[in-house]
Structure formats: C-alpha cells, structure tokens
Design a protein around this ligand. Structure first.
Ligand code: GLV
Length: 391
C-alpha cells in the first residue's frame, strides 16, 4: 500500500499519482521527448536562480492577486491545457475546471481533452479558456472555434509547437491509446488501480470528447500517435493566424514561443498574450528551458502583449521567480495532472493552495508585499539567463 503521507508539496502528488493512475497515462504525463533533457532543465533551471532574502520589512499585509488578460486572478497561475486529462482521473477536466473556478484562477481546456467543451460549460459558471490545435480538416477547426465561442470561452489559446509530434519513448512502448487496449500487460496494470477503474466505470467520458463524433470519419482513437501524425497540420504558418483570429474574434493567446523573432510575430499578429513554452519538454528536446528563455522573450515582446510562461512550475517559488523575470502569469500542467490523478478535485484544490502559500511566504521572505511589485531585484543572479542559449 502507498504510505499514508500528508501531502505537503507537488512531489507528494506526483508519487501518489504514480501509485493510482494506470502506467500508460501516468507515463504520458510524466515524460518528455527523446532524452528528456529539456523536460528536466525546465525544472532544474529554476533552482539556478537564487532569491535575495530581506529582513525587518513590514510584511504584515500581503497580496498575490493580479490580472491576466484583464481579468482578476487569485494568483499569477492558470491551469495549462493538457491532453487526456480525463484519463488521469474520471471526468478530470470537469474536476480541474471546478477547482480552478472556486480558487479564482483560469482553466484551459485542451483540444485533446476527454471531457468536451460543452461538458465544461455545463459544469462551470465562469468562462474558461479553450486551447486549439490546428488540424488539416479546417472545417472541423472552424466548428471547434464556433463551439468554444458558443460555450462562452473567454480566450483562445493557440498552440503553435505541435505541428509534428516529438517522439516520446514511453508512449510508444506503452502503446498509448484511449481507452487502453485490453492487452495482458494493460489488464494486469489496471488490476492494481481499482480506484481509477471504478471512476472510469462511473463515467461515459472515455475518449476525446471534442473530436470523436465531431471530426469526419473519426469514431475512435485507438492510436494517439498515428492519429496526431495524420491530422495535425504541418502546413500551419503565420498567415493562417489571420483567419483563426477573425473566426474567433476574441482574446487570442499564442503558445509555444521560444524565439525572439517569433515573439515579435506574435505582437504583429495582434495576439493579447504569448506563452513562453517548450511544451513541457515534450516536443523539441534540446530546446532551452522555458525559464531561461523568458528574459529575452520579455525583452523582444515589449509592452503590447502579456508574456506568460509554462514548463517546470512545481511550486510557488517557481511562480515567483518567473514573475521576477518578467512573466505576467504562469501555467501549470504536470502539477495539475499529478494532483488530479492523485486525489481528484480535492487534490487540485490542495495543489493550488500549496502553490499560493509557497508564493506568498517566499514573497514575504524577499521583503515584498504585493506580487505586482515583484521584479528582478528579488533575485541575486537574474542575469544568468540574459543571453539566449545560456542554460
Ligand atoms: C499534447 O498536448 C501532448 O503534449 O501530448
């Protein structure tokens, strides 16, 4: 049995999720592409930034509230779009969206979610954000955008770094599919996950809710990797953003920016925010960590666009460091998935509480009382990532 641990940090959730979630889906979340070097450096580069302790400052009144895309948020954190979330825990996207709403932070639903856009709209009151992958079938993409509009989504998060799929060894070895294929190895593994199985038996949501039955000729998705290889559009380019922006007509966020030139393209396109992201180290292995890329993207982007980051955020300290280097917001993917897989909605709520508390206390140790006043001066070595490729 899993030792009865009190959950005090995201690593506790990771270990519990590993215990409770079937291997195929746990591995999907907890993996990067090829050598996983970028995946690891997303986390380890945060550790290279050193915080400047300040004492005897009146820190009695503190606030970590801020704004993202013009809306109030309880802290500069949003839940990132993550594929197959409803396979980490039954109805995972609904649970995550509810926890985010109650906490007062944005939730982003992935195109590759299990629960559909309409499911989330039916179970929440606040608008959520929808993440879009551009596929070859442009009619389908147009309809997806219309569905997100009809559901009242308040931002479209367009992911630009998955036109081709970075090879993730574990997914291939595990034969990742939804639902899992009934091989002997899968059956034996599922037998050790009774809680997960019971949850799945209690829901109808077991395949890609936004796609199956909506995209022409797609009735099931037995192999995720071959399906994405066939469907995702490698022809996507900056010119396509015009019609997407026009069809959507609302706030647009571009995700997957790691390059200063691309940051300027994002500004030219008129996006409202960009996300410095290497897709959690799941796409181009060998790309810089997100935190190390952040300072020059902030510099290149200027003032006309909000800059956020994701990748490696596992604590409130990481959030604070990202804000110090110029991020207006951060996104959590794995921290969210581990807590969801471990303990469902209560886990996600606890995860957000842990991150908020770490952020608040660390800010206080640095002698600051308002997250909106945090800048590079809370770091002893903010310059270590000033030149691209230094990490
Ligand atoms: C999709 O978003 C993935 O990274 O698998």
């Amino acid at each position: 049995m899993f030792p009865n641990t009190t959950i005090t940090c995201i690593e506790d959730f990771r270990r519990l999720a590993q215990w409770r979630v079937p291997r195929m889906f746990y591995d999907y979340a907890d993996s990067g592409s090829w050598t996983e070097g970028t995946y690891r450096s997303n986390e380890s580069d945060f550790q290279r930034l050193k915080l400047r302790q300040k004492v005897a400052v009146n820190i009695a009144q503190r606030s970590i509230r801020t704004r993202m895309l013009g809306a109030d948020v309880a802290m500069p954190v949003a839940i990132a779009p993550t594929g197959l979330t409803g396979m980490q825990h039954a109805d995972g996207e609904i649970l995550g969206a509810r926890a985010a709403e109650k906490f007062g932070i944005p939730f982003t639903l992935s195109t590759m979610s299990i629960c559909s856009i309409e499911d989330i709209a039916a179970h929440t009151r606040q608008p959520f954000w929808f993440q879009l992958y551009v596929m070859r079938d442009r009619d389908f993409i147009g309809r997806l955008i219309d569905r997100a509009k009809a559901a009242g989504c308040s931002a479209l998060v367009l992911t630009l770094d998955l036109q081709v799929l970075g090879q993730r060894h574990k997914d291939i070895k595990n034969g990742l599919s939804t639902p899992p294929k009934p091989t002997l190895a899968n059956i034996l593994n599922l037998m050790t996950k009774p809680r997960w199985c019971l949850g799945m038996l209690g829901t109808q949501r077991r395949t890609f809710g936004n796609i199956v039955g909506h995209a022409k000729g797609v009735t099931d998705l037995s192999s995720l990797s071959s399906w994405t290889a066939e469907q995702f559009d490698p022809g996507l380019n900056w010119n396509d953003l015009e019609w997407i922006k026009e069809r959507w007509g609302g706030k647009l966020v571009l995700k997957g920016i790691l390059d200063a030139e691309d940051a300027r393209h994002a500004v030219d396109v008129g996006a409202d925010a960009l996300i410095v992201s290497n897709h959690g180290g799941r796409q181009l292995d060998g790309a810089p960590s997100s935190i190390s890329a952040l300072p020059h993207i902030v510099e290149a982007a200027g003032k006309d666009i909000e800059v956020w980051m994701d990748g490696g955020v596992r604590s409130g300290q990481d959030v604070l460091k990202a804000v110090a280097l110029g991020a207006k917001g951060t996104m959590i993917g794995r921290s969210f998935l581990y807590s969801l897989g471990a303990m469902g909605e209560a886990g996600v709520t606890r995860c957000l509480e842990i991150i908020a508390n770490e952020l608040d206390i660390t800010m206080a140790f640095c002698g600051r009382t308002d997250i909106n006043d945090v800048d590079r001066s809370i770091l002893l070595n903010p310059q270590i990532f000033d030149k691209p490729g230094q990490a």
